[in-house]
Ligand binder design. Structure first.
Ligand SMILES: Cc1cc2nc3c(=O)[nH]c(=O)nc-3n(C[C@H](O)[C@H](O)[C@H](O)COP(=O)(O)OP(=O)(O)OC[C@H]3O[C@@H](n4cnc5c(N)ncnc54)[C@H](O)[C@@H]3O)c2cc1C
Length: 319
């Protein structure tokens, strides 16, 4: 039986794992986080919730459509009509928060959480991955789905050679940082329907009302994503103060007295706004090592799904 270690249990890793499992591969996913999903993230605040990473996603490609239609039928995913917010085609989100999608996809997979991969080495047959906690995992192949700047460090620490495909990918991929404010409200906000506003300029990129979206029926919450410029300027500073600056700009919709509490989350890597055009890169290592994720191909949630799928298909056809 062929085996593969997938580093990262976000959408790309989960998509690759399902495709390999379909072809009877033995798959082990390693993720440094306490849960799966990576940037498809939902935080519980008191008895309610807020999505703090991806807010919605596109469904354009046939394979992704097939998956999302199945999840829609199971009540895991819902369509969101955002025409009033200037987004023409329907977008989708997790009915009970974005993280319910990766959690659902993680069922029946062999996933080791709180396992940060720190070293990838060649073995007589295949390769071995060592984690920060000192565990080791062996397999025939490795799929890397972590953001490119983190992948670059892991490959460098592992002293694995970068071929042209790898070098091109690292040169091409650029991530934006994003500060996310999650505010628990006492009363519903006045964010206009359909509960999402995108700004073309200024300190704020988007405001999402999680109650209007439907994921916070118990108590209203809003998620504010800062613009890349504001996020970069405030990334290493006082996050709480930065969050307050953003809230102060939205008092027409969210008056100060309506804010119960707020948290600020720092995403060093949010959207890959410059990407490698191919869906993945195959490195020139003694064992198969593929590198993908949302920095490759079409990007975002759907691009991460496609990247994972294409890596799995490539492995299956080449081993
Ligand atoms: C603020 C924000 C807003 C966004 N908005 C949208 C949006 O509206 N629409 C959209 O489609 N997309 C959006 N995105 C992007 C979308 O979330 C990502 O494109 C997609 O989720 C990426 O999936 P991935 O599997 O490639 O990477 P990730 O989800 O980042 O998964 C990588 C995983 O690797 C793990 N990891 C990292 N290093 C290691 C290591 N050394 N060892 C083990 N595990 C490791 C991480 O814990 C993580 O779980 C947004 C993202 C953010 C942060």
């Amino acid at each position: 039986m062929n085996s593969c270690i997938i580093i990262g249990a976000g959408m790309a890793g989960l998509s690759a794992a399902h495709e390999l499992a379909k072809h009877s591969w033995e798959v082990t996913l390693l993720d440094k986080g306490r849960g799966v999903g990576g940037r498809m993230a939902t935080r519980r605040i008191d008895n309610t919730r807020a999505d703090h990473g991806a807010q919605y996603f596109s469904v354009r490609t046939p394979e992704f459509r097939q998956l999302i239609e199945r999840l829609e039928a199971e009540g895991i995913v819902e369509a969101w009509d955002l025409e009033e917010a200037g987004i023409e085609h329907p977008r989708y989100f997790g009915t009970n928060g974005m993280s319910t999608i990766p959690k659902y996809l993680a069922k029946d997979l062999n996933i080791k959480l709180q396992e940060r991969a720190t070293l990838i080495e060649s073995e007589e047959k295949g390769c071995q991955v060592t984690t920060e906690a000192g565990s080791t995992y062996s397999a025939d192949a490795v799929i890397l789905t972590i953001p490119a700047p983190q992948a670059a460090i892991l490959l460098q620490d592992s002293q694995l050679p970068l071929n042209e495909a790898g070098e091109h990918a690292f040169a091409a991929i650029v991530y934006q940082p994003c500060l996310a404010v999650l505010a628990l409200l006492k009363e519903p906000s006045k964010v206009p329907a359909p509960g999402l506003v995108k700004f073309e300029e200024g300190d704020i990129a988007t405001v999402t009302d999680n109650q209007q979206k439907g994921i916070a029926p118990e108590q209203p919450t809003v998620t504010i994503h800062a613009s890349p410029e504001f996020s970069l300027a405030n990334l290493e500073g006082d996050l709480k103060q930065a969050g307050q600056k953003l809230l102060d700009q939205l008092t027409d919709w969210i008056p100060a007295e309506n804010v119960g509490e707020y948290q600020v989350h720092r995403w060093r890597y949010s959207l890959a706004d410059m990407r490698s055009p191919e869906p993945f890169a195959a490195l020139n290592t003694p064992f198969p090592l593929l590198m993908g994720g949302d920095g490759f191909g079409m990007g975002n949630v759907e691009g991460a799904f496609q990247s994972g799928l294409q890596m799995a298909r490539f492995l299956e056809s080449s081993i």
